[in-house]
Unconditional design. Sequence first.
Lengths: 191, 191
Amino acid sequence: MIRINLELATYMKKLFKGGMHGLYEEKFGPKHKIIEQDRRYNKVYFITQGITKCYISDENGKEFIQEFLGEGMEFGELEVFSKKHTICSVETITELTTLSISHTCFNNLLETDSHFNRLIMKALADKIRYKAPRHSYQHSYPIEDNVIRLKKIFPKFTEVISKKDIANYIGVTTRSLNRALKELKEKNGEL
Amino acid sequence: MIRINLELATYMKKLFKGGMHGLYEEKFGPKHKIIEQDRRYNKVYFITQGITKCYISDENGKEFIQEFLGEGMEFGELEVFSKKHTICSVETITELTTLSISHTCFNNLLETDSHFNRLIMKALADKIRYKAPRHSYQHSYPIEDNVIRLKKIFPKFTEVISKKDIANYIGVTTRSLNRALKELKEKNGEL
DNA sequence: TATATGATGGGACAAATGTCCTTTTTAGTG
DNA sequence: CACTAAAAAGGACATTTGTCCCATCATATA
C-alpha cells in the first residue's frame, strides 16, 4: 500500500554523501503540496524519509489516489521523459525529506551512471507491475475484500492514513468505506 | 484505447533492416496466447503490425484488460528488470507481427545503444502516465460516460474489439455494457 | 444439412454503492 | 475553558451495476 524502494534509497543517499553535484536535500512539513497536477516542473524528488500521497483530481474535485509513496520512491521523473504536464499532484502526509535533482542533472546521471540508469528503469517497471493487479483487484471485488486486503499488507493503515485518503485510494466514497469497516467489525468482533 | 508508439516502431524496424543480431521477426494468428500470466519467459516483443490485448485474470476466470497494444508497443519487457513472473497474459486479437529479442540481447542494447535506452525509458514512463488517468476516470464515472469517452478516442471500437473485451477493459460485465449502449442509442438515436 | 458453439441482447430481480444529510468525536485555537 | 472546524460515523433512500436467466443470430464443422 505504501510503496518503497530501499535499493534506490540507499543508492541516492550514497550519491548524496559522496557530494554528488546537483543533488540536494529538502524538507517539507505535513500536508504540503509539492507538485500540482497539470503544471510543469523541472525537478525529480527521491524520498528519503516520510510518506506522500500521489493523486489525480477531476473537475468535480474528486481525488483518486494513485499511490502512497515512502522511502526510496521517486516522483516528478515521468515528465523528464515525455515533456508534458504533470498528471498527478503529490502532497506530503507526514514530514518529508527528499533528495532533489534538476532534470538536467537527472539526465546526466542517466547517461553517465549505468547503475543509476538501471535502478530508474527498474523503478519505472515496478510502478507498472504494481498498478496493474491493484486496479484489477479493486474493480473485481467488493469494498470489504479490498479493506481486508489492505489490512493484510499494511495492518496499521487506519492509524497513519485518514479515512478519506483510504477511500480515495480504493476508489469509493467515505460512506461506503465506513459501511464496509462497520460490517467487518460486526463479523470479526474487532477491526 | 489501442496504444501505439510509432517512434519505437520505426527505430526497431530500422535495427531489424540493419541486420541487428538477435532481433527476429515472428508472426502469430488471431486469438493466439503469446504470454501467459504467472510464468517466466525470456523474450521481449515489439509489435510491428496488428493488435493484442494484455490482461490479468483472477482465480474466478474474470479478465481485466490492462491495455490494447498496437504498433510499436512492447511487451515482456517488465520481466527483464524485475526477474519475476509475468503479471499479464498477452493474446493476439488480429494477426500479429512482432520483432522479438532475447533478454540478453535486450540488455545489451540497453547498455550499448543510448537512443534505444531512452526510447524504452520513455515507453515505460508513458505506460505509467497512461494508466493513471484511465483508472481514475473509470472509477469516477458511470459506464455510459466511459463508453462515450471510448467512442471519442476510438470511434470504431465496436467493430474491431468484441463486446466482452470492451466490457473487460472498462471493468464491467457485458450485461452492464449492453445496458449502457442501449441507453445511448435511445438518447442519441444512433450508437 | 444438422448440430454445436460462441457472441450478442435483454428481462427481472438482488446486491452494492452513492447521495444527501445529520450527529458525534476529535483536535486545535483564541 | 469555550468555541470552531475538520474528521468520522451512520440513517434513509436512490441509483447503478451485477447475477441469473433465456432467446436469437452467426459461424464453424461433423
